[in-house]
Design a protein around this ligand. Structure first.
Ligand code: ZN
Length: 466
């Protein structure tokens, strides 16, 4: 048996169709060469497989990707794959929630283009975020599939390894797996389907048991991405298998399990509107998550709704981490007066403020206004980890309240074990799902419509299986 040859790469982001901030090359970081192979971290060499890194472009979630940038990047990827000559396999690292104007299924198009170039004999294994969308086109063009099993995501590397191992095994044993899927007409936010609380904790734990069945290689539940008002937006069960019948059975088990749990899908934090969040904070240290503007879910990241409420209520010793505004950052470089909020066109108040103190660190202005400290970042970014505060010389113990732009809290912030509250604020990733516009999603879909009848239908991407 000769040396096998595979290519590795892909594109990953989440695109809220409610965000006015289009993404382009300035938003993406491109991982290439050894950096990309280190990210995957799988010992393909041990299997006698040579790995050719193409590129993996990823960005902080935001609005739709500019059509020209998406097409150019896809064409470049395909050209590089083509230049590698005959390939035995491709490992694609994707997210699954890209939106591009005029393209119904961006990942499907990307993967189909790869298939066209590499031919039918090549094994394509794909890694997705569980907040991605599946389609017939995707399933039809791949041979193996693995998605994260934790949200918040702490199994990214393991997922790359699961997808890598399926590819390595298929090439070593000359056994081609099959991918099956079943859409589930249910769309909720990641915060309602955290795998660290029920019902999803049990549902995801059960996937490990389903993997043990004869004929099953890797079973998955895709929650989907709720803030894309598109035809393809849906949850789904996706199974990589060697036996179609068992695979179909397991798809139906996962789909029914999730559907039957739909009424239990709830936030795992106390939640309510901004004023109830502000009014419920205790004297001791606590956290408010400004969830509608969370940049890691696709929020714009510059809304000042919670800041306005805190100033109005005269709450002191608050740390706002953070608000993105290049214009406010530049104003503060020149003087103490600055405007903040709503500058990216995503809505919310614009506040005219005067800084009592200011210092600059790592592309951020740290401003004190009426005993409230605000981190103003030049670029959109989250502040979800303790190192983010340390590197700005901020100590959380100096504050009574931390306001972060986040949905569910990161493991770091959860680890502080303090009272926390999710503000159901307005924005591009509004958690009040029934209030968001819904023109294109397939109907019916829970919770947009209430209904009880659902019988899972399993497909191999081309045909429905009976
Ligand atoms: Zn995700």
């Amino acid at each position: 048996m000769g040396i096998k040859k595979i290519a590795v790469g892909g594109i990953s982001t989440e695109c809220s169709t409610y965000s006015p901030l289009y993404q382009n090359e300035n938003d993406f970081v491109s991982l290439q060469g050894q950096t990309l192979l280190d990210l995957i971290g799988f010992p393909f060499d041990d299997y006698g497989i040579e790995t050719y890194p193409v590129f993996f472009n990823r960005s902080i979630p935001g609005g739709p990707i500019e059509s020209q940038y998406f097409r150019q990047t896809k064409d470049k990827f395909i050209a590089e794959i083509e230049s590698l000559g005959t390939l035995d396999g491709v490992l694609l690292i994707m997210h699954g929630a890209i939106f591009v104007d005029g393209i119904d299924d961006p990942e499907g198009e990307w993967i189909e283009a790869v298939r066209c170039v590499v031919g039918e004999d090549c094994i394509i294994s794909v890694s997705f975020d569980l907040h991605g969308q599946m389609t017939d086109k995707i399933v039809n063009n791949i041979d193996a599939f693995a998605a994260y099993r934790t949200a918040p995501h702490i199994d990214v590397e393991e997922t790359y390894k699961r997808a890598s191992k399926m590819l390595a095994d298929a090439l070593t044993n000359n056994e081609r797996p099959i991918v099956l899927w079943a859409p589930i007409p249910l769309l909720v936010s990641g915060e309602m389907s955290s795998t660290f609380t029920e019902p999803c904790q049990s549902i995801y734990k059960n996937l490990e048991l389903l993997d043990q069945r004869q004929g099953i290689i890797d079973s998955n539940l895709m929650v989907g991405y709720v803030w894309a008002d598109t035809q393809r937006s849906t949850a789904s069960a996706v199974v990589t298998c060697s036996n179609k019948n068992t695979g179909a059975e397991v798809c139906k088990i996962i789909a029914s399990h999730y559907w039957d749990s739909r009424q239990q899908l709830k936030f795992d934090m106390r939640s309510g509107d901004i004023s109830s969040a502000i009014n419920s904070i205790p004297k001791n240290f606590s956290i408010i998550a400004d969830s509608g503007d969370n940049p890691t879910a696709g929020g714009v990241g510059d809304r000042a709704d919670v800041l306005e409420a805190a100033l109005r209520e005269r709450i002191e010793h608050v740390l706002f981490a953070g608000i993105a505004s290049e214009s406010a950052y530049n104003e503060l470089q020149r003087g103490n007066e600055f405007n903040i909020g709503g500058s990216f066109g995503g809505g919310g108040p614009n506040l005219e403020l005067n800084a009592d103190e200011v210092y600059f660190e790592e592309q951020c202005a740290i401003v004190k206004v009426k005993n409230i400290t605000i981190i103003i970042s030049k670029r959109r970014r989250p502040f979800h980890y303790l190192t983010d505060f340390n590197s700005l010389r901020l100590k959380l113990q100096d504050y009574r309240l931390l306001v972060v732009k986040s949905g569910y809290l990161s493991p770091d912030l959860q680890g502080l074990s303090c009272p926390s509250f999710m503000a159901l604020s307005n924005g591009a990733v509004n958690q009040d799902l029934k209030s968001i516009e819904n023109h294109h999603r397939k109907k019916p879909a829970f919770p947009f419509q209430e209904f009880n009848e659902f019988v899972p239908e399993v497909s191999d991407g081309s045909n429905l299986l009976s």
